[in-house]
Design a protein around this ligand. Structure first.
Ligand SMILES: C[S@@+](CC[C@H](N)C(=O)[O-])C[C@H]1O[C@@H](n2cnc3c(N)ncnc32)[C@H](O)[C@@H]1O
Length: 280
């Protein structure tokens, strides 16, 4: 039984950071004409109504997308992200927040394909409705870790895998690491983006060490903290691991990260960091 619903968190600062990085990764794939494949192992509901009871419970979006919505001076990589959020809100008032599938779908060309896995019955139903008539998109109500085995390697030979679990289960990190290592064996040429929460330094360091121990090369970790890690029960920050990052992603994030930190942090705490865990 899954209790996590992303609707409570949609559009928060962690979503903003994750989706800005996601948009950058998709942009890099669009630079070549050859088709690409996108696999979202934990896809969520696809679209979130920020006026819903769920979203309004803790109003997490007010510390995230609400801070960027009216922004006039966003740098390029953030502007393309905001274009997708705006396309989701044609009335020009912020009501809906797009999940990862909608961000990627916005940029998909006729030749590209997208596979979405979601285990929660309700959210999988929403996804199926969202993409019912879309031939580029396949939705599977299934365990995303099984999806990594079932759908990799893709016939397109280039593309991106987003692994974005809820981190509610005790063994989630171990399962993620094992599944990622297996997926990589099947498809070493793919780009992998792995989202993780930052609560305490010990857990993050452990996670990084385990990634390094896989022996896989070309791994970068981008992290945005909006609080110092002095209160481990709180979501102090958010991280994205990118394996096989596109050329110049690190340079681009070194510009976007500090801008996002300025926009999203209100206590002067935390900061942005980018570290190569394993070079190429
Ligand atoms: C953090 S949310 C995903 C958010 C989404 N990727 C986005 O960025 O908009 C995690 C999702 O994973 C789903 N989930 C949890 N365990 C899963 C599993 N084993 N396989 C597939 N989905 C799972 C949850 O129901 C939830 O919708």
């Amino acid at each position: 039984m899954l209790s996590y619903r992303h609707g409570f968190h949609a559009g928060n600062f962690a979503d903003v950071f994750k989706h800005v990085v996601l948009c950058r990764l998709v942009q890099s794939l669009l630079a070549k004409e050859k088709p690409f494949f996108y696999l979202d192992s934990h896809a969520g509901a696809g679209r979130y109504d920020l006026t819903s009871v769920m979203a309004k419970k803790n109003r997490e979006f007010s510390g995230g997308i609400s801070r960027l919505w009216g922004s006039q001076d966003a740098p390029d990589g953030v502007r393309e992200y905001l274009d997708v959020v705006r396309a989701c809100n044609p009335a020009q008032e912020l009501q809906f927040y797009p999940g990862s599938p909608l961000f990627v779908r916005h940029f998909l060309r006729p030749v590209d394909r997208m596979m979405l896995c979601e285990l929660h019955t309700k959210d999988a139903e929403y996804l199926k409705t969202e993409f019912a008539k879309d031939r580029k998109v396949t939705v599977q109500m299934m365990d995303g870790y099984h999806g990594l085995k079932a759908f990799l390697p893709p016939t397109q030979r280039r593309g991106l895998v987003l692994i974005d679990p809820a981190f509610e289960l005790k063994d989630e990190r171990a399962r993620l690491l094992e599944s990622f290592a297996e997926a990589y064996k099947r498809w070493p040429g793919g780009i992998y983006a792995i989202w993780y929460p930052i609560q305490d330094k010990h857990t993050v360091d452990w996670f990084h060490r385990q990634l390094i121990r896989t022996g896989i090369r070309n791994i970068v970790a981008a992290e945005l903290r909006i609080f110092d890690e002095d209160f481990p029960l709180r979501l102090n920050g958010t991280g994205m691991i990118v394996v096989n990052p596109p050329w110049q992603l690190d340079v681009q994030l070194e510009t976007l990260g500090p801008w996002l930190w300025q926009a999203l942090s209100s206590h002067g705490q935390g900061g942005f960091s980018l570290n190569w865990l394993v070079p190429e």
